[in-house]
Unconditional design. Structure first.
Length: 367
């Protein structure tokens, strides 16, 4: 399942370092100058899920396969990107193809790493980027409105549906508000516009506060300012030290835990970002557990059993008969499939069953 989270931010805030650590593949060039990342680097990242290891202890499979999520490291942005400054046009088109934005925000001082704006100010940095997203959206809407106006003169029914909402949305953006806060979101015209234009300011944003090592356990004033801004706008902040995360790339789990404990934190910032991104995209996992493989399969929340089966193979949906389902908790509590069956904890579910997070499933099908 292709699911995109775009890493964005001003130059030299730690995007590529974060990307390197996220992917455990140091293939995104990091350098102390703007635009070192030109073409977007893409990687598929496993979603941390301790339930897989717990299932594997019971099943003892040959391999474990995690759910995954796609991250894209996008070129640094500067003022004027919406007008083509720097790599603006390329940057904005790359964001448009992602579903969620992770904005890396610099919250540390380092005289050896220049800041494109001359000093550290997280809120200013956020406002630069989000202003550019708004300006790009306004330009897209203005073009669409001009087209719709011509079609309305030709008595086009769909254009009549879209034009009033497009004009109201443009006024909303011109007042400095993102499309994500537009009130009439259930309007069919709005839904059409979002599908076709994929407005940048309609995407949900998570802020990644990139701090120095000392500020991991005790947040600095930059993080406090960022969190105050995020709270005001209904967004979340995850604190990380990209430099430390990159250093831990080759650590085993025990070494990683020891490092985190020494820094006074319980969980890697990157693990938090991956899990939160997965959740924000409306995703969850169900499991299959056999001697060959214990695997997490990625589906949207609310997916019914036949469509969940199709993630494994299209034939599973076409010939779906029923699903054998054991909850994760019961699978663990009763020591595996047979124990859960003996305890009466396995259910047979039909086509209308909505799969739950953590279900351990086996599909019966006939093609």
């Amino acid at each position: 399942m292709g699911l995109g989270i775009g890493l964005v931010g001003l130059p030299n805030v730690g995007k590529s370092t974060t990307f390197n650590a996220l992917t455990k593949a140091q293939n995104a060039e990091s350098a102390n100058y703007p635009f070192c990342t030109i073409e977007p680097n893409k990687a598929v990242v496993p979603v941390p899920d301790p339930r897989l290891e717990a299932l594997a202890k019971i099943v003892n499979p040959e391999r474990i396969q995690h759910s995954t999520i796609d991250f894209v490291d996008i070129a640094g942005l500067v003022k004027g990107a919406s007008k083509g400054e720097g790599l603006g046009n390329k940057f904005l088109s790359n964001i448009r193809e992602t579903e969620l934005i992770l904005q890396i925000v610099r919250c540390f001082e380092d005289e050896n790493i220049t800041h494109v704006e001359g000093g550290i100010d997280p809120v200013r940095d956020i406002e630069i980027i989000e202003t550019e997203l708004l300006l790009a959206d306004m330009e897209s809407l203005e073009k669409r409105i001009a087209t719709l106006q011509k079609k309305v003169k030709g008595n086009d029914r769909e254009a009549k549906l879209q034009l009033p909402i497009a004009e109201a949305l443009l006024a909303h953006l011109e007042a400095g508000n993102p499309a994500s806060t537009f009130e009439d979101r259930d309007n069919e015209g709005f839904k059409i516009l979002m599908r076709e234009l994929r407005l940048l300011s309609n995407k949900e944003i998570i802020y990644g506060a990139n701090v120095d090592e000392a500020s991991l356990a005790e947040e600095n004033d930059y993080v406090k300012a960022l969190k105050a801004y995020a709270a005001k706008h209904g967004r979340e902040v995850i604190t990380l030290c990209a430099k430390i995360e990159e250093e831990m790339v080759d650590f085993d789990e025990a070494e990683k835990r020891e490092m985190l404990e020494s820094l006074g934190v319980e969980e890697s910032g990157l693990d938090q970002i991956i899990r939160k991104g997965f959740e924000k995209l409306g995703l969850m996992s169900y499991f299959t557990a056999g001697v060959k493989e214990v695997r997490a399969w990625t589906i949207k929340r609310g997916t019914k059993a036949p469509q969940a089966a199709a993630v494994i193979h299209n034939d599973f949906e076409k010939g779906f008969i029923r699903a054998e389902v054991i909850s994760y908790e019961d699978f663990i509590a009763y020591g595996g499939e047979q124990g859960a069956k003996d305890a009466g904890k396995m259910r047979l579910e039909g086509k209308e069953y909505v799969v739950q997070d953590g279900d351990v499933m086996h599909f019966r099908f006939n093609v």
